[in-house]
Design a binder for this molecule. Structure first.
Ligand code: BF8
Ligand code: SF4
Length: 633
């Protein structure tokens, strides 16, 4: 049988799912083979009703133009641009949702919410230029929410969350190339307009528009993280656990799944408050909350809630026979979940008006009655638990420890333990003296086209050998957590000598009596801007731009449109950015050249597309060395 995953709990549960007649993502992938070559290369267009149109990739006998006259370059660039617009729309919707929650709090319409992190609240207010003298938290929250919501529509001034968070040099560059988005939603609308039939046919111009859109994505993501931290607290280092073994036989297992912490935070509080109800229902362990995907990462970062699994293997949580309910918000949720759940007793509960699924129970969530809604949801879980068949419970006995909660603020706090007056200095000194070769941000998804986690694990091991400091987010963090790589033991085992010395010194300074973990879990996907903020702080301190720093990014198992937009803004910020799955652009050598070469000339950042992880590591190390040479170190 084909190898699907290197994660032992996934491997065990794939067989269990099969035995339970659950049709999993891997079987559906097989049933799609062979996948269409036109789609794979980006050479198919469906942007108007005259299509679909396809271009012959070999230029032999087939058509070289769509019906309207669009050529391969136009079609490929338009397709990619729409991916980026969709990714941006997703993150921006998430950010806007938080802005609305903040606004409702300011109006007294969200009684279960408040300002959880006053220090971050003030820091953000100061950064975005809101005067706080004599105003109440509610008044200030209202002003901040309005300023945030204004970012989404077209405005004359550049987005505040862009201008105030990147280096001045980068901002000037963006201005020079016309890459400042007029608004975070309007840039998505512009992209949709530009890529419809008969508008922008110049592939390079389309790609510039797509980069502008991705820069809007960055600003929206930054905003989302700021508001989450204000409402729910800025993460601090915390120990948690990972793998499907975190499900418990004696508890009511409830997974929070999706992306936005607005609901899951309330569920965490209510699950504790309703513990007696769970015990009375026959579960001595009370509620056992676990996370799937980025909602899981949000509660892992702030409360140490364990992460059960992530996007690709979400169906496997049901196949344990022990998952009583999955509460979902939006993004990366497989529509197959209710059908898998029908084979067991699991309740799938949708909560957002924009994200319903046939076969699921819908309990519409709103901030006005958040606690009551969370209780209603947990009572559905209790009822489902009563139907659990103990004979079918199959929880793989695999659990790993995982340290989470390493926000940018937490990184600075740890560094300040070494040098309170100048926290960034120890990091800079260790980069200059070569203990740390450079920094790599691991992001992105699991992709069914890759044996689950194989690229993540292989690539990270190669890079840490070379003393690359690793930050991770989203499903990359999930993958590392599952393999025990977010632990001091992994540092001892895999880190090169320089990296190990630095992580040990920092771990000891933090009172761990052990090194920091091999990879620093900085949050959910939307929190990728936390890593960007560290890079920007380093660049500003050194008086250089991010594009000069020995910092790279990778999404070795990228799957979602959101990952494409994140990768594109990483390139825009100046980072060499590796992707381990070939995106649908190979049908246009021009588009490939712009993304992998021209971008470097214009922005400093560029894509490295490389499915072989050994080779990818070499290319990334070479990129870091090139940057170091540029700085004379
Ligand atoms: O936003 S890494 S599969 S869960 S898209 Fe989705 Fe990809 Fe996971 Fe979080 Ni990010
Ligand atoms: Fe075909 Fe042009 Fe319509 Fe695309 S926009 S489907 S290439 S006619």
């Amino acid at each position: 049988m084909k190898q699907r995953s290197i994660s032992p709990d996934s491997v065990l549960l794939i067989d269990a799912a099969k035995a339970a007649h659950i049709n999993t993502v891997w079987e559906r992938y097989d049933s799609q083979q062979p996948q269409c070559g036109f789609g794979e290369t980006g050479l198919c267009c469906r942007h108007c009703l005259q299509g679909p149109c396809r271009i012959d990739p070999f230029g032999l006998t087939g058509p070289q133009f769509g019906i309207c006259g669009a050529d391969a370059d136009t079609i490929v660039a338009r397709g990619l641009a729409r991916n980026i617009a969709a990714g941006t729309a997703s993150h921006s919707a998430h950010a806007k949702h938080l802005a609305h929650t903040l606004l409702k709090y300011s109006r007294g319409q969200a009684p279960d919410y408040g300002i959880k992190d006053q220090t971050k609240f003030y820091a953000v207010l100061d950064r975005v230029g809101i005067h706080r003298d004599g105003k109440s938290n509610q008044e200030l929250a209202g002003e901040l929410a309005h300023l945030a919501l204004d970012e989404f529509s077209e405005r004359e001034a550049p987005p505040v969350w862009l201008k105030t968070t990147i280096t001045p040099q980068r901002f000037e560059k963006f201005e020079k190339f016309g890459l400042i988005p007029e608004g975070l939603d309007s840039t998505v609308a512009e992209m949709m307009h530009r890529t419809t039939n008969g508008v922008d046919a110049d592939a390079v111009n389309i790609l510039l528009g797509a980069i502008k859109c991705a820069i809007g994505d960055y600003a929206g993501m930054y905003l989302a993280t700021d508001l989450s931290d204000i409402l729910f607290g800025t993460p601090t280092p915390i120990m948690a656990r990972a793998n499907l073994g975190v499900l418990k036989q004696d508890a009511i297992n409830v997974a929070v799944h999706g992306h936005n912490p607005v609901l899951s935070e309330i569920i965490v509080a209510q699950a504790m408050a309703m513990r007696d109800e769970a015990i009375a229902a026959g579960a001595p362990g009370g509620f056992n909350l676990v996370g799937i995907c980025c909602t899981g990462m949000e509660v892992m970062m702030r409360h140490g809630i364990p992460t059960a699994t992530n996007s690709l293997s979400q169906e496997l949580a049901i196949a344990t026979g022990a998952l009583d309910a999955a509460v979902v918000d939006y993004q990366c949720i497989m529509p197959s979940l209710p059908w898998a759940a029908k084979k067991f007793h699991t309740a799938i509960i949708t909560t957002m008006s924009i994200a319903k699924m046939p076969g699921a129970t819908h309990i519409e969530f709103d901030e006005k009655n958040a606690a009551a809604k969370a209780q209603e949801i947990l009572r559905v879980a209790i009822e489902a638990f009563k139907k659990r068949d103990p004979a079918r419970v199959n929880i793989p006995p695999i659990v790993n420890d995982a340290m989470a909660g390493i926000s940018a603020e937490a990184v600075i706090k740890i560094l300040a333990l070494v040098n309170p007056d100048d926290p960034l200095k120890p990091l800079i000194d260790n980069i200059v003296n070569g203990n740390i070769l450079g920094v790599c941000l691991f992001a992105g998804c699991n992709d069914v086209k890759v044996v689950q986690d194989q690229n993540f694990v292989e690539l990270v091991k190669e890079l840490v050998k070379e003393n690359v400091l690793i930050l991770c987010t989203g499903c990359a963090s999930g993958s590392f957590a599952r393999h025990g790589l977010l632990t001091p033991a992994a540092t001892e085992k895999y880190a090169g000598p320089g990296l190990k010395a630095v992580l040990t010194a920092l771990g000891n300074a933090a009172g761990l009596n052990a090194p920091l973990p091999l990879a620093l879990h900085t949050g959910s996907c939307v929190d990728n801007t936390r890593a960007a903020s560290i890079a920007t702080a380093l660049a500003n301190k050194l008086g250089v731009d991010v594009s000069q720093l020995p910092v790279v990014a990778t999404a070795p198992e990228a799957a979602m449109e959101k990952a494409i937009s994140i990768g594109t803004w990483a390139v825009a910020l100046g980072l060499p950015t590796h992707v381990g799955v070939v995106p649908p652009v190979t049908g246009s050598p021009l588009v490939v050249k712009v993304l992998t070469e021209t971008a470097k000339e214009l922005l400093g950042g560029y894509f490295i597309v490389e499915p072989d992880m050994k080779v990818a590591a070499q290319k990334m190390v070479a990129a870091l060395k090139e940057r170091r040479a540029g700085l004379g170190i």
